[in-house]
Design a protein around this ligand. Structure first.
Ligand SMILES: [Zn+2]
Length: 302
């Protein structure tokens, strides 16, 4: 299984277009300790020829351009992108679907709640259901990921609920266990990827779920809960947004302590997060705990 990081930043990317927080300022100034990042998305392939996107960020067009395995091949219309799996209806996870119009056959996977949200928004009708097949993911079940037309891709995905919150723009409706999900992606050879880009708490149940994974990509939105307030760019805490912080006694580094997964990286990193700065105290703490910070363009072979 090949896993490619298309975008490692949270919503807004890094630097964010309207942000002068201390970390974004480094990026605007071209400081070599930080690298720009696009918004949260990965691509997975069992055969290297057919790829599934896991979340479609508003930066998708730029991400396709930056990742040669996703370029069209042959003559006429073609794409190695066989489908998209969306984990929730966050703008940074579904905005890129609009860039996948042009009547390209695709398989689109999401929970009933996510697919219903997309169906309720007429603009997503640009992905004509006649061409873009919708497939419902059911919590606690494993589904094969099929190429458009139904052939096997060699990948399957298991969806499970994790502690979290609905997408910010959907708040006010009723909450659901499907609002925040983690995914286990398997191939026929036993490789296992655990992808959890949003999670409010590392519970024993979450730890148990990812047992046996070779690669864990986990919510690295914030270093500390009041980071956006302290950076002067917002009023919301991480807890309010459904994201566990990395640092602190109740943080995810502490929560994951002792887990035996060979490769562990934080992804979906907010632009205020000091782990984005090479050499920072916080980056050092992450590395000493056996973790890494995901970067755009990284590829893992499982
Ligand atoms: Zn910023």
């Amino acid at each position: 299984m090949k896993v490619r990081v298309l975008g490692s930043a949270a919503g807004g990317g890094f630097p964010q277009w309207n942000c002068r927080c201390p970390v974004c300022v480094l990026a605007w100034n071209g400081d070599p300790r930080v690298r720009p990042r696009t918004q949260s998305s990965i691509a997975v392939s069992a055969d290297g020829a057919h790829w599934f996107l896991f979340n479609a960020s508003p930066d998708l067009k730029q991400q396709i351009a930056a990742n040669p395995p996703l370029h069209p091949r042959g003559q006429g219309r073609h794409s190695p992108i066989a489908g998209v799996v969306v984990t929730n209806a966050d703008v940074d996870h579904v905005g890129g679907l609009l860039s996948l119009r042009e009547r390209q056959p695709l398989s689109l996977y999401g929970t009933e709640r996510v697919l219903a949200t997309l169906a309720d928004n007429a603009i997503f009708g640009v992905l004509d259901p006649q061409v873009v097949e919708r497939h419902t993911l059911v919590l606690e079940q494993t589904a094969p990921l099929c190429l458009p037309g139904g052939a096997s891709s060699g990948l399957s995905v298991e969806t499970f609920a994790v502690p979290g919150k609905p997408a910010l723009w959907l708040e006010g409706g009723t909450g659901s266990r499907e609002d925040t999900v983690g995914l286990l992606v398997r191939d026929g050879a036993g490789a296992l990827l655990a992808y959890i880009p949003a999670c409010a708490q590392v519970t024993e149940a979450v730890r148990e779920r990812v047992r046996g994974a070779k690669l864990l990509l986990f919510d690295g939105t914030l270093w500390r809960d009041d980071e956006m307030i302290a950076s002067g760019v917002g009023s919301k805490t991480g807890a309010r947004m459904g994201h566990v912080s990395i640092g602190g006694p109740a943080g995810s580094l502490a929560g994951w302590a002792g887990i035996s997964i060979p490769r562990k990286l934080f992804i979906h990193i907010n632009n205020t997060n000091p782990v984005l700065i090479e050499g920072s105290e916080e980056r050092q703490a992450v590395i000493e705990a056996g973790w890494d910070i995901a970067e755009d363009g990284q590829e893992f072979l499982l």
